[in-house]
Design a protein around this ligand. Structure first.
Ligand code: NAP
Length: 297
């Protein structure tokens, strides 16, 4: 496939979608990008129309309902965006005989395992958001053979709302921050994930082998939210962040949230490494680049 290949990107205003669009444009791909204001993926008629008009050769879906706690009271919307939307995309990909790269989450697992989850581990979501994402995976698997479902975790980046930006903001407003220390996972930089997505697109060119399926991609290191917060402020002060707060570790029991979260959700990334040669990145290096971008712009 040539670089001018026609890509349909859904969700380009989100933290991941922005990185994907930016990187793909720089790489020379022709990208037709849509977010909810241009195309609501829960509307099957509009999805059909966009496919017919754009005639994409490959579709990347980074759009999702991602408000984990709010989903507990907005379950219809969460299922519409995270299950029905991907279904309409998969149906159209099947109609045009083209592949779909879709992003899913570590939260499809219950977190009771003590070693990183592999792609063959049983899915057992513990909150509405996670259930809706798991259903989205299921519907793609049953609708479209040419799929890549990329599960990722603890996504952060320079755009939109995420843990890193929330910490940096709260740190300016408070002297102390309490952060949970008994949920562990792998922070993943959105720019690194975007790079992995484009490596897969590059790889699909001329690829004749059966590479379709579920893959895991996340940052290399397994840490707690508390450790993540401490690293954020340690790096931020090197870029002029003044008066960082004291970060205090607490247990999940002390910080109840509407949605239950898996206590351990690290992902094993050996499969993506073996099949596509994509390796997880060191989290401190990626975190430093992101914080530099946030604080220096
Ligand atoms: N964030 C994480 O920590 C995390 C962790 C693991 C996996 N993931 C997965 O990674 C992917 C990217 O997440 P992200 O953090 O980049 O999400 P995000 O910043 O919330 O971006 C999602 C984008 O999709 C848009 N959208 C929502 N409903 C839509 C609809 N009906 N039609 C079209 N677009 C719609 C959103 O618009 P609005 O903002 O206007 O709603 C937003 O621009 C998602 O699949 C997510 O489930 C995220």
């Amino acid at each position: 496939m040539k670089k001018q290949m026609n890509i349909l990107l859904i969700g380009n205003k989100g933290q991941l979608g922005k990185e994907v669009e930016f990187m793909g444009t720089r790489k020379g791909y022709l990208i037709n990008a849509f977010d909810i204001n241009e195309l609501d993926i829960t509307n099957p008629v509009d999805v059909d129309k966009v496919f017919s008009a754009c005639k994409p050769e490959i579709v990347i879906n980074t759009a999702a309902y991602t408000a984990v706690d709010k989903a507990e009271t907005e379950s219809s919307l969460a299922f519409a965006v995270n299950r029905d939307g991907p279904k309409y995309l998969a149906v159209n990909c099947s109609r045009f005989n083209i592949p779909l790269i879709h992003i899913s989450t570590d939260y499809v697992f219950d977190g009771l395992k003590s070693r990183p989850y592999t792609e063959t581990d049983t899915v057992s979501p513990v909150c509405i958001y996670a259930k809706s994402k798991a259903e989205g995976e299921k519907v793609i698997l049953s609708t479209l053979k040419e799929h890549i479902i990329l599960r990722t975790s603890w996504l952060y980046g320079q755009y939109q709302k995420n843990f890193v930006k929330t910490m940096l903001q709260l740190g300016q407003e408070r002297d102390t921050l309490k952060v949970v220390n008994d949920q562990r996972g792998c922070p993943t930089c959105a720019a690194d994930l975007a790079e992995a997505i484009w490596s897969i697109v590059d790889h699909l060119s001329g690829q004749k082998k059966e590479i379709w399926g579920i893959y895991h991609y996340c940052g290399k290191d397994i840490i707690s939210w508390f450790e993540f917060a401490v690293s954020i402020f340690n790096i931020a002060v090197q870029y002029g962040y003044e008066k960082p707060p004291k970060v205090i570790p607490i247990s999940t029991l002390k910080f109840p949230t509407p949605a239950k979260r898996p206590p351990f959700s690290a992902l094993d990334c050996s499969k993506i490494e073996n099949v596509f040669g994509i390796s997880p990145k060191n989290y401190l290096e990626s975190l430093e680049k992101t914080i530099r971008n946030i604080l220096m712009h």
